[in-house]
Design a binder for this molecule. Structure first.
Ligand code: HEC
Length: 110
């Protein structure tokens, strides 16, 4: 392989690596954690609400995503969540549900 060929192969390999691991995955995760931050105002920090509004942290992702899809489609009646969920892209209920399912239901004490 020529030096130029080797360099091109290396650049292509780095570009693929950047697009999938180093940039692709964390960027998607960051986007979801920013979206999830908008939920915390009502559902408590990390989805651990303390009064009135149902907690989200640590609940099964399937249960949460089913609720979110129901709010989005209007099949699940709600005062607040229908408006909120209407703006989700089709893939977001599952991603947001998985985010909250992975949050510890109790505050982690140090
Ligand atoms: C303005 C306050 C508010 C915000 C912001 C909010 N929620 Fe809610 N959420 C509610 C209320 C109130 C309910 C109870 C259903 C209703 O009346 O809308 C609820 C219900 C839910 C439920 C159903 C829980 C159950 O056990 O029935 C899920 C899941 C949920 N919210 C997820 C989210 C997610 C995810 C976000 C952020 C993307 C979010 N909520 C943002 C107020 C809010």
């Amino acid at each position: 392989m020529t030096l130029a060929g080797a360099r091109a192969a290396l650049v292509a390999a780095i570009a693929t690596w950047l697009a999938t691991d180093a940039v692709g995955q964390p960027a998607a995760r960051l986007e979801i954690s920013l979206k999830a931050a908008s939920c915390n105002a009502c559902h408590g920090p990390g989805g651990r609400s303390e009064a009135g509004i149902p907690p989200l942290a640590g609940r099964p992702a399937k249960e949460l995503s089913a609720a979110l899809v129901g709010f989005k489609t209007g099949s699940r009646p709600a005062y607040v969540m229908q408006q909120h969920a209407k703006g989700y892209r089709d893939d977001e209920p599952v991603a947001i549900a998985e985010y909250f399912a992975a949050q510890p239901p109790e505050r982690v004490r140090k």
